[in-house]
Design a protein around this ligand. Structure first.
Ligand SMILES: Cc1ncc(COP(=O)(O)O)c(C=O)c1O
Length: 457
């Protein structure tokens, strides 16, 4: 045991982690280089999940970004966006207005994803109030989706294990189906699948009464549940429903913005028309904790005409150092044509992952950009799911160790159907996807063999 290992076990409370730590060491990661990270024993791993979908530029731009941070610290380390402004957040908001979909001119900055999501809800509430609609408090979100852990955002998160201990939710929320087509009876037919999903949303709205619904929140590609891509026509249909019932539509792009699915914003990739876009993670390539909320002109209007003050603020929202870092990260993304890289890798990356379908537990393979998942099954032909016990054992005790041993960190999740998720930095080349596929082949083949022999008693 190293000193760091002992100290980590004594003093750190890890996030979402089993803290019965006697048996297993905590990986202590000390250094990054390109798309790889190294532990304190000198072992090298592919950063197969970009940290948590955020080290989008990999680990080789720290000096350049650090110089921008240092310059800002020397000039003005901190001032707020509470009634005042400063050049870095002005420049960043201006840049985002240039990159965002048409009609999105204004950003409210936060320190991360959950705060961005809560900011969207508070803005929606106040927007409706300014329009005389004080009853609109409820939210529609999707099952299995993750929108954060602070109590407001957690209300929208549709993962029972995250929500149940904290019920009742702070915000009244109804959850509708995700767009996972794999086992849906109409999943093979986009048009039929879309109309079934939209009918469900309409049904919930009618039941709850349209005049009580403030907003619908959904990700362009839903992370939890495994990189779930919407069927054609889905977002247009949701937009129509929102217009019909006076509901605001929020695209939660905490993961999907800043190139993860090949465009600056997920809405651009899907051609969707939300009213607000929440973001965080990739904005700074994870060199600073920063997020925000972009709003369209319709949403901004009551706050600009004196009908409302936005009654919300966060000390470090729009932090000058964070803003300088974000501007530099965006400059690097533009200079290195990161969006082109993601778009050109996507088809081959998907083909590589699909090639794993000869392994008996590989079910659905899906995703966009650099954001893929492999749903694991018990039987490929019948799509029979693994039992909860099988899934937990296979992912946590078998596959996770095998992938790690072979030099890859990615995500294995069994909170909905079990899946392996691959989301490497946006600067990764196709060679990295080839390496990832090779490691997955070793791990998934081993897992399939283990499953064949049965879950140990
Ligand atoms: C879609 C989405 N929304 C919100 C969040 C919450 O972000 P944070 O962890 O920065 O609070 C996440 C985090 O993964 C996310 O994926």
């Amino acid at each position: 045991m190293t000193d760091l290992q002992t100290l980590a076990k004594q003093h750190l409370m890890l996030h979402f982690s089993d803290m019965t730590l006697e048996a297993e060491d905590i990986p202590v990661l000390v250094r990054g280089d390109g798309c790889h990270i190294y532990d304190d024993q000198g072992n090298r791993y592919i950063d197969g999940l970009s940290g948590l979908y955020c080290t989008n530029l990999g680990h080789s731009h720290g000096e350049e970004i650090g110089a921008a941070a240092a310059a800002q610290m020397a000039t003005l380390p901190f001032t707020t966006n509470w009634t005042t402004a400063h050049p870095p957040s002005i420049d960043l908001a201006t840049k985002l207005a240039e990159l965002a979909p048409d009609g999105f001119e204004r950003t409210f900055f936060t320190s991360g994803g959950s705060e961005s999501v809560e900011s969207a809800y508070k803005m929606a509430r106040q927007w409706h109030q300014a329009n005389g609609e004080h009853e609109r408090k409820k939210v529609i979100a999707r099952r299995d989706a993750y929108h954060g852990t602070s109590l407001g955002a957690l209300s929208f998160t549709g993962i029972p294990v995250c929500r149940t201990p904290f019920e009742p939710p702070a915000v009244p929320t109804r959850h509708v189906s995700s767009t996972n087509a794999y086992r849906h009876h109409a999943g093979h037919d986009d048009a039929a699948f879309t109309s079934a999903l939209l009918a469900e949303i309409e049904d919930v709205i009618e039941f709850e009464r349209p005049e009580t619904i403030a907003m619908i929140i959904m990700e362009p590609v839903q992370n939890a549940g495994g990189s779930i891509v919407p069927p054609a026509g889905y977002w247009d249909g949701v937009r129509e429903i929102c217009d019909k019932h006076g509901i605001l539509l929020v695209s939660d792009e905490v993961i999907c913005a800043y190139g993860r699915i090949g465009e600056w914003f997920g809405a651009q990739r899907l051609g969707s028309q939300p009213d607000m876009i929440t973001f965080a993670k990739g904005l700074t390539g994870a060199h600073f904790s920063m997020g925000g909320l972009l709003m369209n002109d319709k949403v901004a209007e009551p706050f600009l005409t004196g009908r409302n003050d936005y009654l919300h603020g966060i000390t470090f929202g729009g932090h000058p150092v964070g803003s300088a870092i974000a501007l530099k990260a965006i400059e690097i993304m533009e200079r290195e044509n990161v969006l082109d890289n993601v778009r050109s890798n996507e088809p081959r990356a998907l083909e590589l992952l699909e090639s794993l379908k000869d392994i008996p537990i590989v079910g659905d393979v899906r995703g966009l950009g650099h954001f893929f998942a492999i749903e694991c099954v018990k039987d490929q032909d019948t799509r029979e799911p693994l039992t909860e016990e099988e899934a937990g054992w296979l992912l946590k005790d078998v596959l996770s160790d095998k992938l790690f041993e072979n030099g890859m960190i990615c995500r294995l999740d069994d909170r909905a159907e079990p899946f392996v998720q691959i989301a490497p930095p946006l600067v990764a080349d196709i060679g990295l996807f080839e390496e990832i596929t090779d490691i997955l082949r070793i791990g998934l083949t081993h897992a399939a063999e283990q499953l064949e022999s049965g879950v140990p008693a």
